[in-house]
Design a protein. Sequence first.
Length: 400
Amino acid sequence: MKSIIILGDGMADEPIEALGGKTPLQYAETPYMDKLAELGVTGRMKTVADGFHPGSEVANMAVLGYDLPTVYEGRGVLEAASIGYDLKPGEMAMRCNLICIEGDILKNHSSGHITTEEADELIHFLNERLGSERVHFYTGVSYRHLLVIKGGDKRLDCTPPHDVPLHPFRPLMIKPEVPEAQETADLLNDLILKSQEILMSHPINRKRIAAGKDPANSIWPWSPGYRPAMRTMQEMYGFKNGTVISAVDLIRGIGVYAGLKVIDVEGATGLYNTNYEGKAQAALEALKTNDFVYLHVEASDEAGHEGDVALKIKTIENLDKRAIRIIWEELQKWDEPVAIAVLPDHPTPCAIRTHTNTPVPFLIYKPGQTPDAVTRFDEFSVLNGKYGILEKDEFIKELI
Ligand SMILES: [Zn+2]
């Protein structure tokens, strides 16, 4: 049977007093998720493997059935795949932020959210001046870029710059975790300091400063990794072809390694104003010719990070009415049965504004199956579902 996963990023939450002790998912009006839960089977899934941080890349790889300790290589390699860079054996990829420093202080991780156009010029300039046979920079999006080091040793202690705003940067520079990685750490720290020397007076930065904006006056590489040993989903589950629809680089990169076709949808922004209807239509179109579709919607995670409860409820209701409804109603007209799963990747509770590793609720609807007793889709209703807590590839194998 063909199948589609509809993933609401960060949709799960905790009970909130202002909602009478309900979670946003309990409080929101979600007739279509509830109908699918009523007709389908439900449970919870542990999406964050022990010892891993609850990042979206970790949780989404787990939803697709990947064993994190075996395949996880950090964000850099996923973003590399997303911008079309095919990482070779022997190459190390790192996320390379363009950051803003002020004196010895790391002012922010994003250079005031520099535009991709400006950043692209700086990345080209960095390649001209600091690039070599071993060192190459690639343009990504806004402040998020890629650094590839041939023969780099990934056993490095790096600091994500968004974790340390307004800290002195020097004590946070890269340290080797083993003596063999000393050479790579030295090379990278040298690149950081040289980038500061040459970026300071670049015309792009002069213009930004004159306009009262933060200059992008340092690189900050982190999250080193090698090409992940990910088998494709076709190899793992035996289907012919699949597609991923997401506005988020990391998820698109996972899709590349998973052997899925990555589709662009006009107006898919990763924010509240995303084109829900367009994504739903693209998913339906893909299902006509694909065995598997992964539809990822980011908006509820952003609302959770902002701690905005009303907005989070709205994003959940939008997902229900403007994506799930369209998919459900259209699939009713098809002769061919299609299995539908709905779940978040991890909770992003509004109260703490960051991800947690609490197991998430899921539902699986397959035409003709015997439903369990659950008639609503939320964190607590599914406790009475058919499944307890699924781990590793148990969820995806139930679906496919
Ligand atoms: Zn996420």
